[in-house]
Design a protein around this ligand. Structure first.
Ligand SMILES: Nc1nc2c(ncn2[C@@H]2O[C@H](COP(=O)(O)OP(=O)(O)OP(=O)(O)O)[C@@H](O)[C@H]2O)c(=O)[nH]1
Length: 588
């Protein structure tokens, strides 16, 4: 059987929910059995060999293993997804979503779940800090189920309630989830493992489920890759004393050797260089040795190493690289990178927002998220925001799209002034979730404001009654007391009689000697009506309707009936009947 490579695992979660503590706890685990291999420290990652995992899980172990271990990357979870890619997706093969069980879902937890959904990455939920559940009796490193059996019913119920909340939260994102020991099919249901990163409880099950998932989901992917062409992702470009510019990388495929030629995807073109040195951190016991690194001749995936090579100046974190053997290989790599970039950035609309992000990964994640919430995208690119982006955004017909979304990038000089001039709004954030949230909220507020404006501008229905005992002037204009029977009356609206004939225009309104611009249902006040003479055109006690223009009536009837009072609705229907007596299609 072919050897499988080590799966790469990323830990995601909200600030302070315990990512670092969990990794430390796994790393610091001391296992008594001598035969268990030790933990190997990589650059930017830690490898937990399978023997050690077996030891930690020895009380509950029930899977047949085919993987060599698990490689946990140190890059903060969401960055590992949005910044670090590999061909066709995210760098991490698997993820642990860590949630403080006492606090539940938080903004970054939501961001993490969206990312996992976007990249279709299998994950386990670690419901952390169970030792903080009031009444919880801890036992170091115990499997969760063993610990669970020792708790009293009251404490158990408290944890159960928290777990149900998590199940509900995950459901909102379209995942069915349950506590791991109640799951039959792990490919359909997300496992929630209650743990404590402080006491180590639950860690055995957590690791075992990860191993199980890796083997179930990834076996095909992981096979064969150890012998193939070396492929990896740049974590960081760093200057090292005595070595010059170096790259910390995660090798996710194949075997890389000193002397290999590699092609790295740069911002504008592909950089070709050759590997002069491969460095690993020295094992802890050799820390007294002056150098932090030890040089190796070759390394096999998955692994985190430091590469020494010339021409690394223009290399960006998050870029992919690949070992190449010929000009043909370089050409293919260049074409593939270009195509991938185009595939991601080209799916754009004619009208829509401008999106700028720091890496291809974040671009992909944000495009997916924006599609999900139906925000159109006109332009999506990696890079800082420049004046062309402003022009591009301002050319949108819909104001809602005159927007630039800047994720983890800079605004180049002059951009803000230009945006102010063109009325372009810029949203600049470093957390995907916050960026999306702000844009969504702004759009909703804008839409509401527009709706309000639209309603404001419409002539609204009203039914009024002239008050015979308050006729102040008979004509030019007629001034008479009225009662608003339904709706609201404004200046400058036309009036009609119940037979449909015109009854003048409201020129002004006065209440208790003051001019008013609107009169509400139930109010009594004096109005000046132009174009009629009381006694000739109008009786003293007639009922009149506001003559709503046909276009307004159409909008009201179609979209805005809900904004009218019950009485106004009735009056509006009466008004429509008057109009439709003559023309049945009026306002339709
Ligand atoms: N009681 C208890 N405290 C925990 C547990 N896990 C983490 N903590 C504490 O919670 C705090 C935050 O933990 P971290 O591991 O730093 O959290 P993090 O998610 O890595 O935080 P950032 O790196 O800032 O995103 C620390 O004070 C930990 O000691 C746990 O299982 N039980």
């Amino acid at each position: 059987m072919k050897q499988l490579r080590t799966p790469i695992v990323s830990v995601l979660g909200h600030v302070d929910h315990g990512k670092t503590t969990l990794l430390d706890k796994i790393r610091r685990t001391r296992v008594t059995a001598k035969e268990a291999g030790g933990i190997t420290q990589h650059i930017g990652a830690t490898e937990i060999p399978i023997d050690l995992i077996k030891q930690i899980c020895k009380d509950i172990w029930n899977v047949k293993v085919t993987i060599p271990g698990l490689l946990f990357i140190d890059t903060p979870g969401h960055k590992a997804f949005t910044n670090l890619r590999r061909r066709g997706g995210a760098l991490a093969d698997l993820a642990i979503l860590i949630v403080d069980v006492n606090e539940g879902f938080k903004p970054q937890t939501e961001e993490a779940v969206s990312i996992l959904r976007t990249f279709k990455t299998p994950f386990v939920v670690a419901a952390n800090k169970i030792d903080r559940i009031p009444g919880w009796q801890s036992s170091e490193y115990a499997p969760f189920l063993k610990s669970w059996a020792q708790q009293d019913d009251f404490t158990k119920q408290k944890l159960e309630n928290k777990i149900y909340e998590l199940i509900g939260d995950l459901y909102r994102f379209g995942f069915s989830a349950d506590r791991f020991d109640r799951i039959k099919d792990f490919t359909r249901t997300v496992a929630i493992v209650p743990i404590s990163a402080i006491t180590g409880e639950g860690i055995p099950e957590l690791l075992m489920i990860l191993v199980g998932l890796a083997q179930k989901y990834l076996e095909e992917n992981l096979r064969l890759q150890v012998e193939g062409k070396a492929k990896g992702t740049i974590l960081e470009v760093k200057e090292e004393k005595g070595l010059g510019i170096t790259c910390d990388v995660i090798l996710y495929d194949g075997t890389l050797k000193v002397g290999d030629t590699i092609a790295i995807a740069g911002k504008d073109d592909v950089i070709v260089t050759h590997v002069k040195g491969i460095l690993k951190p020295r094992p802890a016991k050799e820390m007294r040795v002056e150098s932090k690194f030890q040089s190796v001749k070759s390394v096999t995936a998955a692994a985190g190493v430091k590469l020494v090579a010339p021409n690394l100046e223009g290399v960006l974190a998050g870029s992919e690289f690949e070992a190449v053997e010929s000009e043909e290989d370089i050409k293919n790599f260049r074409e593939r990178v270009k195509k991938e970039y185009e595939e991601i950035s080209i799916q754009t609309d004619e009208e829509g927002v401008v999106l700028k992000t720091d890496t291809l990964g974040s671009l992909e994640a944000l495009i997916n998220e924006l599609k999900e919430i139906e925000i159109p995208i006109k332009k999506a690119e990696v890079g800082d925001v420049d004046k062309r982006d402003v022009v591009e955004a301002s050319a949108n017909r819909d104001e809602l799209n005159r927007v630039i979304l800047a994720f983890n990038v800079k605004l180049l000089p002059g951009v803000e002034e230009e945006a102010a001039k063109y009325g372009v709004r810029i949203f600049k954030e470093d957390i995907i979730y916050t960026l999306l949230d702000k844009v969504k909220q702004w759009r909703e507020e804008e839409k509401l404001a527009r709706e309000r404006q639209k309603i404001e501008a419409l002539v609204k229905p009203a039914k009024i009654k002239l008050l015979k005992e308050f006729i102040f002037r008979r004509s030019k204009p007629a001034v008479v007391g009225v009662k608003i029977l339904a709706g609201e009356l404004r200046k400058d609206v036309r009036l009609i009689k119940p037979d449909g004939s015109p009854a003048g225009v409201v020129r002004s309104m006065q209440k208790e000697g003051e001019n008013v611009s609107v009169a509400k249902e139930g109010e009594e006040l004096a109005v000046a009506i132009d174009g009629v003479t009381i006694g000739r055109h109008l009786e003293g006690d007639e009922v009149l309707y506001v003559d709503v223009p046909e276009r307004h009536a159409k909008i009201l009837e179609r979209d805005l009936m809900d904004t009218l009072s019950e009485e106004a609705k009735k009056a509006f229907k009466e008004f429509l009947e008057i109009k439709r007596k003559e023309n049945p299609f009026w306002g339709k």
